[in-house]
Design a protein around this ligand. Structure first.
Ligand code: ATP
Ligand code: MG
Length: 262
């Protein structure tokens, strides 16, 4: 059976010089491949600038790769323009402060994704909003409030609710808890785990926190300046890292140090 999502040798470069006599390109992704199935979590790790967010943007259709394939349930979604995969792969961003329009109510923010997809009448929309807010542990009455009236953790719950509105199969979360207080981080991670179990969601989870990655993920993809250094089950990659880069990354992480001296 086909994987839920399979990426094959994705490549991306950006033009970094506009001088027509001396065009320069920066290769940000140099051939990235992975697969993920329902209910699984794939973590993407690597130093700053290694291409993680670029990969995330490609997965949600915000950017196009230069080459490579992306198969959703076996459908080539880069070639098949009519295939509405944007409903199935949704994004949650790092910073819950800047990711909302401050003049829109929570109801408007959540309804936006539905209206884009031309779905449902207004009663159904209201019901869906209430149901989704409850799913992320917020009260349905919050729908009438504005983003600035919520805490960082609550706002990240709203961001997750927004991602859930179209019943996606995959959520791409780009450092979803790194802007939050440690105690709030744990609550959001637990929420994500609950939702995963309930909805059989697959997560593509970008994080610098290797302790969290180890706890939260099934597979891990290690990126180094656009190169796929390593990819495999998280237990295997973390206990027997094959590349020097992964070894260094792990050694720099306090959680790992604690684990290997135990
Ligand atoms: N639109 C763009 N034009 C030119 N260069 C870009 C563009 N977007 C990203 N880059 C470059 O691509 C590289 C990878 O960036 P990316 O944001 O994917 O890294 P990252 O792994 O997410 O880093 P971080 O951990 O800091 O978030 C960086 O060198 C960045 O400057
Ligand atoms: Mg990034």
């Amino acid at each position: 059976m086909a994987n839920l999502l399979k990426a094959k040798l994705l490549r991306k470069s950006y033009k970094v010089s506009n001088n027509p006599f001396k065009e320069r390109y920066l290769e940000v992704l140099k051939g990235v491949s992975f697969s993920i199935n329902p209910g699984q979590t794939l973590a993407i790790v690597g130093e700053s600038g290694s291409g993680k967010s670029t990969l995330a943007r490609i997965l949600v259709g915000a950017e196009k790769p230069d080459s490579g394939e992306l198969l959703f349930n076996g459908n080539d979604i880069l070639k098949n323009k009519h295939f509405a995969w944007y409903k199935d792969i949704r994004m949650v961003f790092q910073n819950p402060r800047t990711s909302f329009n401050p003049r829109a109510t929570i109801a408007q923010i959540l309804a936006e994704s539905l209206l884009n997809a031309k779905a449902d009448n207004s009663m159904q929309i209201k019901y869906k909003i209430a149901e989704t807010l409850e799913m992320v542990g917020l009260r349905p009455e919050y729908a009438d409030r504005y983003p600035h009236t919520f805490s960082g953790g609550q706002r990240q719950r709203i961001a997750i609710a927004r991602a859930l509105m179209l019943n996606p199969k995959i959520i791409v979360a780009d450092e979803p808890v790194s802007a939050l207080d440690v105690s709030v981080q744990a609550q959001i991670i637990n929420l994500l785990l609950d939702l995963q179990e309930k909805l059989q969601l697959a997560y593509i989870f970008i994080s610098h926190d290797l302790g969290l990655v180890q706890h939260f993920s099934d597979k891990v993809l290690v990126m180094n300046k656009g190169i796929q250094e390593e990819y495999g089950p998280v237990g295997q990659v973390f206990s027997q890292p094959q590349s020097q880069y992964t070894q260094k990354l792990l050694a720099a992480s306090a959680g790992y140090k604690r684990k290997i001296t135990e």
